[in-house]
Design a protein around this ligand. Structure first.
Ligand code: URA
Length: 292
């Protein structure tokens, strides 16, 4: 079905409809390699190749975008050679989807899944480098200088790293939630940053990803993204060289669902995950499974 070129561009996340009209008038838009300056031009998203400044705009209607509130105790991938619970146990959708980045097995919160491999790649690419904000429950109460060191930066085994933001968020009984934002997706980055300044991570929660929030979802639940959310994600990835500021951390962050009464629901037709065996007393074994 045909639609107006400016509407197609707006749906594709290139720009607002008004700005898309300006791009067309400026001669920056081609349809099947021919420059189109007419505002009334129509395109068939299934057949026409539309580009802005030579960059192809993919037809958005064909793609699907989901947000899963990944519960702890599940891997972000859709299959697991070790037979652990996976995101596919929760994300019951018909299409083949890709996760955008990862959360550790024991971490919880927002993970995007999409059929749109190109967008998934752009969102995961270090050049996109948007801020990822986490709420991290740490043991005890962090000292001011520990938060300062997180912001100043520390040396990790794979190079220097720093938090874009590290601040107290909420005090729990014997622990503290801190808000920590990072601008890259190196694996175990948050845990390793915390460890480097002497903070012991008890729980790791990502309330949102790219501005798409799990507020209102229970652990294990998912929802489809709204067209506005998709358009805003696509626009964010088109901002070249926007670095860590491409999407700023949102000030109001939803809380992690409370463990009691709000734990992850069992996957349909499945027994709840077995409780992990108690670790014998003694020095803790250190392992670094792959993550984000
Ligand atoms: N940093 C971590 O340490 N773990 C995650 O799952 C995400 C970021």
């Amino acid at each position: 079905m045909q639609e107006r070129l400016q509407k197609f561009l707006a749906r594709g996340g290139v720009a607002s409809r008004r700005r898309a009209e300006e791009l067309i008038a400026e001669g920056r838009v081609t349809v099947n390699s021919a420059c189109v300056r007419e505002l009334g031009a129509r395109v068939d998203p299934a057949r026409d190749l539309v580009a802005v400044d030579g960059r192809l705009v993919s037809p958005p209607a064909a793609e699907r975008y989901y947000l899963l509130y990944k519960p702890p105790g599940c891997v972000t991938t859709l299959s697991d050679p070790q037979g652990r619970r996976t995101a596919a146990d929760y994300l019951r959708v018909g299409e083949r989807v890709f996760p955008v980045g990862r959360l550790d097995y024991d971490a919880e919160g927002a993970v995007l899944f999409t059929t749109d491999g190109a967008l998934a790649h752009r969102l995961s690419h270090p050049r996109f480098g948007h801020a990822r904000t986490y709420l991290v429950k740490v043991k005890g109460e962090p000292r001011r200088e520990q938060l300062e060191r997180l912001r100043a930066g520390v040396n990790l085994e794979d190079g220097p790293a720093r938090a874009l933001e590290a601040a107290l968020h909420e005090s729990a009984e014997k622990n503290t939630w801190i808000r920590l934002a990072v601008g890259e997706g190196r694996f175990h980055l948050v845990k390793r940053l915390c460890e480097a300044v002497g903070l012991k991570v008890q729980r790791l929660f990502r309330p949102e990803f790219g501005g798409v929030s799990v507020a209102g979802l229970r652990p294990g639940a998912f929802r489809e993204l709204s067209p506005d959310e998709v358009a805003s994600l696509r626009r964010a990835t088109l901002k070249q060289g926007s670095g860590s500021d491409a999407v700023r951390p949102r000030p109001a962050l939803p809380r992690a669902a409370r463990r009691h009464g709000h734990g992850p629901p069992p996957a349909p037709g499945d027994a709840p995950p077995p409780r992990p065996a108690r670790r014998p007393r003694g020095p803790a074994r250190r392992r670094r499974p792959r993550s984000t």
